[in-house]
Design a protein around this ligand. Structure first.
Ligand code: SF4
Ligand SMILES: [Zn+2]
Length: 460
């Protein structure tokens, strides 16, 4: 698991699609984010945004570019910075390259933020362009050995790095380290002690090499991490472990929340086996906001059977055990059968929610294999019209509607209970779905559009 230690999620370009961006980030293994502010308004925005997003941690600070008139917003900034949820003071620092604010004003604003960081005992996130001498001097004179933090988007020399390391600072490398001409910077990154190294995206800016010139996002921190790991001659997993430990210690953040393998709705225990699916339903929130009733079901890898069992320590207290996440459980048929057998041995009722393409995927009838293991299947048919099915459910292999009907008939022959469901959309003829379901020997259930993954109690 990687941590992007600097991204601007509340900035235009990311804020509009933050759910989708974070889903993609998790898929790339980047699973926690420092959401960095650049002025008082963005500090407030980052704080509000981070409250709603797990593993996203906000900062409060005034960027050197925004330092003109900084006193006007200081009280506001200091209040946000003082909130326990705020993990750092930054971005702050000096930028003598673009010099969008007068150098003296930048210095005043930086000094005040150094003092604030010391008073609040929070780390600084320091921005530096063409200002190493000035930055080092102020960190020494104003920091008085008590300022701690990270120099973000490190572009300095080995000598700059040594001085910052002597001050106790960490160094964070952005996508710039991946750009072909920056061999000298890669050498610096290779020499930073393992316990002082971080990396970041600075998204939406500074996309690393494979994405250079395009909008950046936290997922692409992985490319920067790969490059740094290569230069240091370590595995990506080793680098991830080291840098995540550094980030957690510096920002005092907990280990990322574990992925959810089992979750409770009502008095049913739902099991989340995978995030693969043989279809691509138009209404599926899997790639944007895979959440069900507050449960974030994102998986960056498929859990082992033992992990699922570990997440379901007391299954007998539930009315039923349901295989249901934002993936098709029958794709993991062996794991499903092993788990179902375990729960049946304990006397639990077992249900499988499926899109009904298990036979097609496995090229055989799978319901006979589920006999005695599964009490009920809920099949999302969604429409009685094959053309509408192709357009709405979008089976990847085609021919899906007929395959689903065959599966329903097979399930009705081999399993005690089969329920066919349809999402309650205006374009769907629910009565026609009911007729098809009943002709296949199944019951019918319409379900609300916004309750994907959740079945109403009356279904069983
Ligand atoms: S079957 Fe479920 S998980 Fe798969 S694409 Fe459709 S809605 Fe998403
Ligand atoms: Zn910066």
């Amino acid at each position: 698991m990687l941590i992007d230690t600097l991204c601007h999620l509340s900035t235009t370009g990311l804020v509009e699609r933050v759910d989708e961006v974070l889903v993609r980030s998790r898929a790339y293994g980047v699973t926690a984010w420092i959401n960095v502010a650049t002025d008082a308004a963005s500090a407030r925005a980052a704080a509000a945004q981070s409250r709603a997003l797990p593993n996203v941690y906000p900062t409060a600070g005034i960027h050197p570019h925004s330092s003109l008139g900084w006193r006007d917003s200081w009280d506001d900034l200091a209040r946000v910075a003082g909130d326990a949820a705020c993990v750092a003071i930054g971005e702050t620092g000096l930028d003598h390259f673009r010099a969008l604010s007068p150098p003296d004003v930048q210095r005043e604003c930086f000094i005040e933020q150094i003092r604030l960081a010391i008073a609040l005992d929070k780390p600084l996130i320091v921005h530096c362009r063409d200002a190493f001498g000035d930055i080092l001097r102020l960190l020494k004179t104003e920091g008085k050995g008590r300022a701690r933090g990270v120099l973000h988007c490190m572009t300095g020399t080995e000598a700059d790095a040594e001085e910052l390391l002597d001050l106790g600072f960490l160094l964070s490398f952005s996508g710039i380290v991946t750009y072909p001409p920056n061999e000298r910077l890669r050498e610096v990154a290779a020499k930073v002690p393992a316990n002082r190294l971080l990396f970041e995206t600075d998204a939406p800016y500074l996309a690393p090499q494979p994405r250079r010139g395009k909008p950046n996002e936290p997922a692409f921190a992985r490319f920067t991490a790969i490059e740094i790991a290569r230069r240091r001659g370590v595995d990506l997993t080793v680098l991830a472990e080291e840098t995540s430990r550094n980030a957690r210690a510096l920002f005092r953040i907990p280990a990322p929340q574990p992925e959810i393998h089992a979750y409770v709705i009502g008095n049913a225990l739902y099991l989340n086996l995978n995030q693969d699916c043989p279809t691509d339903c138009t209404f599926c929130p899997r790639d944007t906001a895979p959440r069900v009733q507050g449960h974030d079901l994102t998986l960056t890898r498929e859990p082992a059977v033992e992990e699922v069992l570990h997440a379901a320590p007391d299954p007998k207290r539930f009315d039923e055990i349901v295989f249901c996440g934002f993936g098709e459980p029958t794709l993991r048929l062996d794991a499903l059968k092993t788990l179902a057998a375990h729960f049946k041995r304990l006397g639990c009722r077992v249900r499988v929610n499926t899109i009904g393409l298990g036979d097609q995927v496995h090229d055989r009838e799978i319901c006979p294999e589920l006999t005695g293991l599964v009490d009920a299947v809920s099949v999302s048919l969604n429409t009685a019209d094959p053309h509408q099915h192709a357009k709405m459910v979008r089976p990847r292999r085609g021919g899906g509607h007929e395959a689903v009907l065959a599966f329903i008939r097979s399930a009705a022959r081999h399993l005690p209970q089969v329920v066919v469901s349809a999402v309650d959309l205006p374009a769907v003829d629910a009565e026609a779905v009911r007729r098809v379901a009943e002709s296949c020997g199944a019951k019918f259930l319409g379900r609300p559009y916004n309750e994907l993954g959740v079945r109403r109690a009356d279904e069983t």
